[in-house]
Ligand binder design. Structure first.
Ligand SMILES: Cc1cc2nc3c(=O)[nH]c(=O)nc-3n(C[C@H](O)[C@H](O)[C@H](O)COP(=O)(O)OP(=O)(O)OC[C@H]3O[C@@H](n4cnc5c(N)ncnc54)[C@H](O)[C@@H]3O)c2cc1C
Ligand code: SF4
Length: 479
């Protein structure tokens, strides 16, 4: 047996740190608060340096995981951080909220061999949080600012990553966002127990200190058209995300106390940020003491049920029309929710909301899974005469998001979109059909992940640079 194999067998016998504790409501940070250097080194040393870095292959950013694990194991934390940040604009964010079980950690060879994955995400979080503490993360200093400017619509992960990459190259950057705070879904969608808001705020502060201009409370489409913005800048990036909540068209949908997920989560996040939120304070958007039903099976639904638990709901049920195996959400999130006492009502679909003015209960059909449809997933079919009643003081609808009608909103009919309403871009350059207008993140993919938004933002920045260099070249030639 080779030395490498011996090492593998030895380290493979170690147990991963205990994540799960019964009835817990703690957040990622509470679980990992004792994830100190010693543990980061211990976890990193479990990496077998297997030579076929499946973790890296399955990381959308192709992070050089084996190498920064090796550096961490050797206690070379600054070098580990430098390497981690060279491919990722927000390693501490991804370390906290990437669905690692589906990406890097799920493909770790140690996990595959049944010995428990190296906890890559927690090491990535640790080395970056440590870098902040040590003062190794500083604003961008550019030698000479370029004359050209880029206007970015949307201050979510895609817009912020592109802004940082382009600012490093010396371009003038202005980000326009319709919210009062930057961060997109990082700030108003993802709950505080998964991603603390100060983590997002210190990133955006750093970008401001790097000379990137932020214009908040500015909605493109309302405060200016896309073409007016194009006149101000040499290139534009659309990174507006997807926000149109999918609806459920059943009787009783207009009763009080039935809310879309984002309304509920935004209120909770605003409260966490110290804002005055009347609808939360007067109990309307607060689940305390109530029987809650959340409809949906994705990560947003998991955030809603777990937020409800933290607000001390009397009971929390999650209604999903397929079974556990076919849930779109991260298995880890489902397990967390189950541990916290959330009851999953699998294979069930709401048929009617019941109540006088406010919702009081739901009539729910039982579902069986039929033959696979075009997408390969088994089709949910209603079982005849199977309906039952479920009590609810408040219902939260988490059925997914579609893009808004951007051509109409932006006053730009010529902007091409796909049949799903996402912006159509050139696969290689991320440029739309309008020259000099690029797009990135959820608005081209549909609802996706932060790590993909960062990847798109970085890729778009490369194409925007090429475009600006070409246009500068043309200008010189004409002159
Ligand atoms: C509840 C919830 C939980 C999630 N949890 C996770 C998770 O745990 N892990 C994970 O990886 N992903 C998660 N996601 C997905 C992730 O948040 C998104 O994929 C990611 O934020 C997309 O980034 P983006 O920059 O494309 O868009 P967004 O983050 O949506 O940012 C878009 C920005 O554009 C602004 N904007 C929109 N229209 C305009 C306009 N007309 N003018 C000006 N500004 C505009 C918005 O205000 C917003 O700030 C979650 C999503 C939700 C909804
Ligand atoms: S960015 Fe996400 S997928 Fe990539 S290494 Fe970090 S946690 Fe894993």
């Amino acid at each position: 047996m080779s030395i490498k194999m011996l090492k593998f067998v030895k380290i493979g016998q170690q147990n991963p740190p205990k994540r799960a504790i019964s009835n817990r409501k703690e957040d990622f940070n509470e679980i990992y608060k004792d994830f100190i250097q010693e543990k980061a080194e211990e976890q990193s040393s479990r990496c077998s340096q297997c030579g076929v870095p499946f973790c890296q292959i399955h990381c959308p950013l192709s992070n050089n995981i084996p190498d920064w694990l090796k550096l961490t194991a050797e206690g070379r934390l600054q070098e580990a951080y430098e390497l981690a940040q060279s491919t990722n604009n927000m390693p501490e964010v991804c370390g906290r909220i990437c669905p690692q079980d589906k990406l890097c950690e799920g493909n770790c060879v140690i996990e595959q061999s049944g010995h428990g994955t190296v906890t890559i995400g927690s090491v990535e979080k640790y080395i970056t949080d440590n870098a902040w503490e040590q003062g190794w993360i500083n604003p961008i200093k550019i030698k000479k600012e370029k004359d050209q400017s880029v206007g970015i619509i949307g201050a979510g992960p895609a817009g912020l990553a592109a802004a940082e990459q382009l600012r490093k190259l010396g371009y003038q950057i202005t980000i326009y966002d319709r919210y009062d705070r930057s961060g997109g879904l990082l700030i108003y969608g993802i709950p505080n127990f998964k991603l603390e808001k100060f983590v997002v705020e210190r990133r955006t502060k750093l970008l401001k200190e790097s000379g990137i201009k932020f214009i908040q409370n500015f909605e493109v489409g309302k405060d200016c058209t896309l073409n007016q913005l194009r006149e101000k800048h040499n290139a534009i990036l659309i990174a507006t995300g997807v926000y149109q909540a999918r609806e459920i068209e059943i009787p009783g949908n207009n009763l009080e106390n039935i809310f879309p997920a984002m309304e509920f989560l935004t209120a909770s996040n605003r409260k966490g940020l110290g804002d005055k939120v009347e609808l939360f304070d007067n109990g309307t958007l607060n689940t305390e003491g109530k029987d809650i039903v959340v409809i949906g099976g994705g990560d947003t639904a998991m955030d809603c049920v777990r937020t409800s638990v933290r607000q001390n709901a009397k009971s929390v049920k999650c209604l999903y029309r397929r079974d556990k195996k076919n849930m779109p959400g991260s298995a880890r999130e489902v397990a967390n929710a189950e541990e916290e006492g959330v009851e999953f009502v699998w294979l069930s679909s709401p048929k009617k909301f019941i109540g006088k003015n406010k919702v009081e209960s739901l009539i729910v059909d039982k579902i069986k899974l039929g033959e696979p449809d075009d997408s390969g997933r088994r089709k949910p079919e209603v079982q005849k005469n199977s309906d039952f009643n479920l009590k609810a003081d408040m219902v939260i609808k988490a059925l997914g998001f579609d893009p808004e009608d951007l051509p109409k909103l932006f006053g730009c009919d010529e902007l091409q979109v796909t049949r799903w309403g996402t912006i159509k871009t050139d696969f290689d350059t991320m440029e739309t059909n309008i020259p000099g207008v690029f797009a990135a993140g959820d608005i081209i993919r549909g609802a996706s992940l932060v790590v993909w938004g960062i990847k798109d933002g970085r890729d778009a920045a490369i194409s925007i640079k090429k475009f600006l260099e070409r246009s500068e070249f043309k200008k010189i030639k004409v002159a």
